[in-house]
Design a protein around this ligand. Structure first.
Ligand code: UT7
Length: 328
């Protein structure tokens, strides 16, 4: 069995509508200055009613398939990471599978919040390594977070954006995905939640009045843990692959807060010119942030053949992960 697993195509989709900090400052007590200084975010894309998580995932997937010179007939599995599924049941992956017109291949969602892309990359890699039944796996991070944030809560509504990124992970002759590391610590599950709407607290008049169907976050604790676990993830993945940070051409971190990215980079001795950031125009798109950034880094010529790329993420759960990719 071939042990070579690589990224054969990437794609992304961003809604046309852009919401600036100034726009948000018209509806909640905030300012462009506060948001830029505390987060680095200037604007974000916001989906229309028709731009659902499945639709954005489908559009990103179509672009990734075209980039890989493949069609939906070549896809052997769809795995989609999101914290904003179209609905609780069925999975958004099944809806994307239908939109793409795939064969009756397996399709599933994975919930690992902002680390979702690292989780589905590791799943795809292991399905391909461990089975002769799969050759091309479509992985998608897609998030309509504008539907999940409380637009009356200034501490969260300024942080998030909508969009989708997709990657085709294929078996082939390049050993592109050298390693993926993922981890979780459920003792921090309370730090970032959407408390109601699940089976523990089903929707009721009370949950709606309490605005418990929206994202609630202990920003400071999430901030502290993001720095800790992104730093540890970088150390672990470099060490177990006998690499140093100097071997890496480009680091693509989860785009949540510029202060988090800068602190992680500083502690890991990563030079600014080796960091890819699009947070200022995309905000935090959770599971979509890394595949969108990867696609943008490729299309802007920041990644060359033979480069080592380091991806690193942190999210609710708490979850985290990192990956080393040798670009084809
Ligand atoms: O993807 C993983 C998930 N999320 C994250 O990684 C986000 C992690 N956390 C963060 O990025 C930061 O904690 C925030 C950007 C959310 C907040 O920044 P902070 O420096 O930790 O601010 P804070 O929560 O300590 O709040 C400082 C002050 C507070 O006022 P008081 O209590 O000091 O009077 C807040 O009420 O800033 C206030 N504040 C705001 N002021 C203007 C909070 N949000 C806003 C706002 N505009 N939008």
């Amino acid at each position: 069995m071939s042990e070579a697993i690589y990224i054969s195509g990437t794609g992304s989709y961003l809604p046309e509508k852009i919401l600036t900090n100034q726009d948000i400052a018209k509806t909640v007590d905030t300012s462009n200055e506060w948001i830029v200084e505390r987060t680095g975010i200037e604007s974000r894309h916001i989906a229309s009613e028709a731009e659902t998580t499945s639709y954005m995932g489908f559009m990103a997937a179509r672009a990734a398939l075209a980039d890989a010179n493949l069609t939906s007939a070549d896809v052997d599995m769809v795995i989609l990471a999101t914290m904003a599924p179209d609905m609780i049941c069925p999975s958004t992956a099944c809806i994307v599978q239908k939109l793409l017109g795939c064969r009756p291949i397996p399709a599933m969602d994975v919930g690992a919040a902002c680390s979702g892309f690292m989780y589905i990359l590791e799943l795809a890699r292991n399905f391909l390594l461990g089975s002769k039944n799969y050759k091309n796996i479509l992985i998608i991070g897609s998030e309509k977070l504008s539907a999940m944030v409380d637009w009356e809560d200034r501490s969260t509504c300024v942080l998030f954006g909508d969009g989708a990124g997709a990657v085709i992970v294929s078996k082939g002759d390049h050993n592109g995905i050298l390693d993926v590391f993922i981890g979780a610590d459920g003792s921090g599950a309370n730090l970032l939640t959407i408390p109601a709407g699940g089976s523990a607290r089903p929707a009721s008049e009370g949950t709606i009045k309490a605005r418990n169907h929206y994202i609630k976050m202990d920003g400071r604790e999430v901030f502290r843990n993001a720095i800790k676990y992104m730093g540890e993830s970088i150390n672990i993945i470099l060490k177990r692959n006998d690499l140093t940070v100097d071997d890496v051409a480009l680091v693509i971190p989860h785009q949540a807060n510029m202060r988090i990215i800068n602190m992680v980079a500083e502690r890991a001795n990563i030079n600014r010119d080796r960091l890819f950031c699009n947070l200022n125009r995309r905000a935090n798109t959770s599971a979509a942030s890394i595949p969108i950034a990867l696609n943008e880094a490729i299309s802007s010529g920041k990644i060359k053949a033979g480069d080592l790329i380091l991806l690193v993420a942190f999210g609710a759960g708490m979850t985290w992960g990192a990956s080393i990719i040798k670009w084809k």
